[in-house]
Design a protein around this ligand. Structure first.
Ligand SMILES: Cc1cc2nc3c(=O)[nH]c(=O)nc-3n(C[C@H](O)[C@H](O)[C@H](O)COP(=O)(O)OP(=O)(O)OC[C@H]3O[C@@H](n4cnc5c(N)ncnc54)[C@H](O)[C@@H]3O)c2cc1C
Length: 406
């Protein structure tokens, strides 16, 4: 069994890295050190949904209550609407057992809740890793300032531009989706008093707009996806004028209620939507990947963070079964084989969901699009929300053990 003498470095203190730190400490019993390049922990001022599949993990880690307290549980199902506001279908926002219902979280709040559960001594801010290389035994993390530190293993949770990925010989090109999103939050007091406390998506004319409540319903998140070539020539994100966003959803073709929401927006920023093709490997020896570093996906299924949370539980479960440090590479291989397939499906599924929302490719026929969205609703519940990362990892462990005795 591994214990607190086993030293694992986590590169990246985002939502994935922090959850991994909690899971690896609580489930696998190892000592973690999180290296974050920024001088403070933080996130963009926007929302994220914590889905039932990730809540199950947070529950197993004893973390669900603080997340719920900081977030907003909606009044029920979300809805997909056409541009004029007619309902296409409701959106399943809970698992089949109705135990967990999507929670809307303000990102800085989620970082804060997670960081509170990580030993401050194990958090090293202002440390940008430049490279990672395998020693015999162990791994060396080299920092931009020329310093280095050695560990038994390294987990790369360093996002879409991961440097850890290079040590595994994975160099995926970011793929631009052709879309940017305008993002931000609105103070709920700026909306009509009877504004529904649910998730709503309006879809029309190659663009869509989504909003849902956050922070005990004091805030609303919004994400407006529109086609744009802007990130191809310059930065991938930046400040934006609310007028630009409003112009994308102006006119009588759009639901007056949506236009009312947009009038309440005071501030926004734009963000280019990128993903990459599924990697062919996540682990080499005592180095592995987690979260966006391994599987950046488009946001249209709201699963990027949720998959990082699932990764954290799976990784901790495989590590818990390791007898000693020399078993870590095998634990990482097992983790990779279970997680890579799941996330590859969701990477493709997220592209498909975006094409549906924006009536692109095979979904230009709106009748077909609407029928597929209705079918997708039940698929999402059973295939995405009902997934139990702990059970899946434990079952896989039993399979691996049986095979190794065969
Ligand atoms: C518009 C939009 C909406 C979304 N909505 C949802 C949603 O509702 N639900 C959901 O589950 N997902 C959603 N996502 C996806 C989600 O934001 C990402 O999947 C998630 O942030 C990934 O977390 P991560 O910790 O893996 O990576 P990141 O959040 O990218 O964190 C990486 C961390 O590593 C640090 N870092 C990077 N390089 C280094 C280095 N060399 N050394 C040290 N530190 C380093 C960074 O500073 C950062 O703190 C959305 C994404 C977008 C764009």
């Amino acid at each position: 069994m591994l214990d607190s003498t086993t030293r694992i470095a986590i590169i990246g203190g985002g939502m994935g890295g922090l959850t991994a730190a909690i899971a690896l400490t609580r489930i696998a019993g190892v000592q973690v050190t999180v290296f974050e390049q920024a001088s403070t922990l933080g996130e963009v001022g926007a929302g994220v949904t914590v889905a039932p599949n990730a809540q199950r993990v947070l529950d197993q880690l004893g973390m669900l209550e603080p997340v719920k307290r900081a977030g907003a549980v909606p009044d029920g199902h979300g809805v997909y609407r056409d541009a004029m506001g007619n309902i296409v279908t409701d959106a399943a926002w809970e698992d089949s057992a109705r135990k967990y219902q999507n929670i809307g979280m303000y990102r800085p709040d989620l970082i804060e809740v997670l960081a509170r559960e990580v030993d401050p001594e194990s958090l090293r801010l202002g440390h940008r890793s430049a490279s990672v290389r395998t020693l015999d035994p162990g791994v060396r993390v080299e920092f931009e300032n020329g310093a280095h530190e050695d560990f038994d293993a390294v987990v790369g949770a360093d996002g879409i531009h991961s440097v850890v990925r290079k040590a595994i010989d994975q160099h995926p090109e970011p793929v631009y989706s052709g879309y940017i999103v305008y993002r931000g939050v609105v103070d709920a007091s700026r909306l009509p008093g009877d504004w529904p406390m649910i998730s709503q998506v309006w879809m029309g004319n190659s663009r869509h707009f989504m909003c849902y409540p956050l922070q005990q319903r004091r805030l609303f998140n919004f994400v407006a996806g529109v086609p744009s070539d802007r990130p191809l020539d310059g930065p991938w994100s930046g400040p934006a004028e609310v007028g630009e966003l409003a112009a994308e959803f102006a006119g009588d073709d759009w639901d007056p209620k949506l236009r009312r929401f947009i009038r309440a927006i005071e501030k926004t920023f734009w963000w280019g939507l990128f993903d990459h093709e599924p990697l062919t490997n996540w682990s080499r020896g005592p180095i592995t990947l987690l979260g966006d570093a391994g599987h950046t996906m488009l946001p249209h299924q709201g699963q990027g963070v949720n998959q990082a949370i699932e990764d954290s539980m799976a990784l901790a479960t495989f590590l818990r079964a390791a007898d000693d440090v020399s078993d870590i590479p095998e634990a990482f291989r097992r983790y990779t084989s279970v997680r890579m397939q799941r996330t590859a499906i969701l990477q493709h599924g997220s592209r498909r969901a975006g094409a549906m929302f924006d009536a692109q490719h095979e979904f230009t026929d709106l009748e077909k699009r609407d029928a597929d969205i209705r079918v997708g609703r039940d698929f999402r519940r059973s295939a995405v929300f009902d997934y139990d990362a702990l059970k899946v990892a434990e079952r896989a462990l039993n399979r691996f053990r049986r095979n190794s005795f065969a």
